[in-house]
Ligand binder design. Sequence first.
Ligand SMILES: [Zn+2]
Ligand SMILES: [Zn+2]
Length: 284
Amino acid sequence: MRDLFGLTQLLLAVLIFVPFERLFAARPQRIFRRGLLTDMAFLFINAGLVLAGVIAIMTAAILVNQSILPAAATQAIGDLPYLVQVPLVILIADLGVYWTHRILHVVPAMWQIHSVHHAVEELDWLAAIHQHPLDVMFMKAGALFPLYALGFSTEAIGTYLLVYYWQAWLVHANVRLNYGPLRHVLVSPEFHHWHHSSETAARDKNFAGLFSFYDVLFGSAYLPKGQDPKAFGVDHPMPSSYLALLAYPFVAWTSKRKRDDPSAIQPLSQGGEPAQPRQGAPLS
Ligand SMILES: [Zn+2]
Ligand SMILES: [Zn+2]
């Protein structure tokens, strides 16, 4: 159990998802595809960068738990049986993921961060880790802050993290899998593949991580029957190396400030053009 989120689990994911994608491929794709080395860098370097952010989120949440919320309420939540806590934790965390994810799409400065995840053009299970560390921190904050603040047990939160870990690999996997009548209840690979589609109709849709009914509820579900996304990626050039992707939001923010300043001369960007602010989805 000590290596739950470490190499053993990763090796298990390789053993499951590599053959799974060969057997049920949605699109023909090579295992050693373009961008694999960059994904490896995301996998092994991001974790350290994200850890500090996660510790800060947990500390702030525990502070809120102990100094703002009534002790009787947080105590009562923490005392609930594990089997009652787990579904509550998953529902609350995914609501947090939904709105954090939607904000990452709608606010232009946040989109510069999140577009690193959407830069993937050959979608497969490893796209799950193709995320800017700041993106991971925001998503973790959205999911974990309410859980720690409300006083849920570490066992229940750990179960959610385990479920989400495997769900993230699964929904990005290059497999043809829809959930039939449950397609508007649970997030399937089909549902999340549409989230990555570069087609205009699919843009800023399908934000949930686990429960697609949140998208139905908030009017952002997009799941056309009998169709597959034709292409993935974003509509502006993105760099391809890990370091350039790490720098990407900062370069984009700086370039935008300079663009907005009429006295400044527009420099040539490095490692890809900064993103143009785009129209986000309406928040309704
Ligand atoms: Zn997204
Ligand atoms: Zn994704």
